[in-house]
Design a protein around this ligand. Sequence first.
Ligand code: PLP
Length: 460
Amino acid sequence: MTDTQLPVQTLPAEPAGSAVPQERRIVTAIPGPRSQELHARRTAVVSAGVSSALPVYIARAHGAVIEDVDGNRFLDFGAGIGVTTAGHTPARVVEAAIDQSRDVLHTLFTVTPYEEYVRVAELLAEHTPGDFAKRSVLVNSGAEAVENGVKIARKHTGRRAVAVLDHAYHGRTNLTMAMNYKAMPYATGFGPLAGDVYHAPSSYPYRDGLTGAEAAARTIGYLEKVVGASDLACLVVEPIQGEGGFMVPADGYLPALQEWCTAAGVVMIADEIQTGMARTGRVYAAEHFGWTPDLVLTAKGVAAGFPLAAVTGRAEIMDAAHAGGLGGTFGGNPVACAAAIAVFETIEADGLLAEAQRIEATLTAGLERLRERHPIIGDIRGRGAMIAIELVQPGTAETTKAPNAEAVSKVIAYAAEHGVLLLNAGTWGNVLRFLPSLRMTDELVEDALGVIGDAFASLG
Ligand code: PLP
């Protein structure tokens, strides 16, 4: 076999996935020699537009640890950006996917349907907030869920405009590029972008100091003045903003917006793509805020790595779409659905909501200790296994809160070299986010905190 031939695929000897020891282990420089070889091959054939945060090539992953082709093991605080919430290669999911693959790989639900799609829709109806009749449509990706949510809201309301919040992130398709706050890297040069998308002020307690009621009044004031409720089809909101930097809105903000939307006939859509599926210690993060959205978007963690996403919500809104108006070739693929059913089972059977709460407690306590030594940590925020710290310039924390993206980059680089995979976030790139799988033990969290402490100390 030459280097460029694909290896022959064999079924894994251990259906529950390759058991990678749950430990941090660095045995080469980062990236190691084999990763460097692969990177050279990749550069010759993969578009330069696709970058990688850490170019170590992964051979195996299990639980909370990923192992690269050079044998280095990393504590994974990225989880594929919030996807492997139930762990890497979780046993039930791997087995369910293998079983399903033997039975049927694809028929297309809109040609000949199958039970797994229906079961996922039942589980979504059961677990999304709100005790009312619901319907779902299954699609392939988060951005596709956002697109479909908007389509459905427009059809239901007969209105054109779409509103989002400052610091939002909703995807990379044409419509969702226009819904993001940051142009770079998501939209720069890729226009023309979709029109009729409006960016309203959000709730960002660390920076705006507003109560939930004040922030909601500001958002609503913008929508009424700039858009006009009678033209507004939907308001799409992440309960905790993800790429924007894990901003937790002030108390009362989200229910106040929902109340206004309901009165104005606007569909309020929760983008729970990053926050959903037990990530924050509730199945859906809207529950933390007493918010019952009209529609909920699910993706990422729903199938532990298989591509699956959904729009779920009030039956009367979802059913506004005409027959044949929703669908797509791969949406609700049977293997992805079998995986999602196993993820829902795993959340319950393995008590993953409590695991998220445990991770929050251990991580935030450790970060609070770190903040005592390093005042450039301006804010610690988040819920469950979705925690972030916002870094500001030394000596300015109480005054200007000037963003400190350089420190974030240095901490991430130091941590990677020592076997801890961290991600950045934030409109100004000055947020360090912790988004581990719910299999991350307290022992591993403490180990990572030790490395991060050394990284901060190395900043001088
Ligand atoms: N919405 C939110 C809140 C996200 O975090 C993401 C992805 O990071 C998306 C939408 C887009 O999802 P996808 O990358 O699956 O298209």
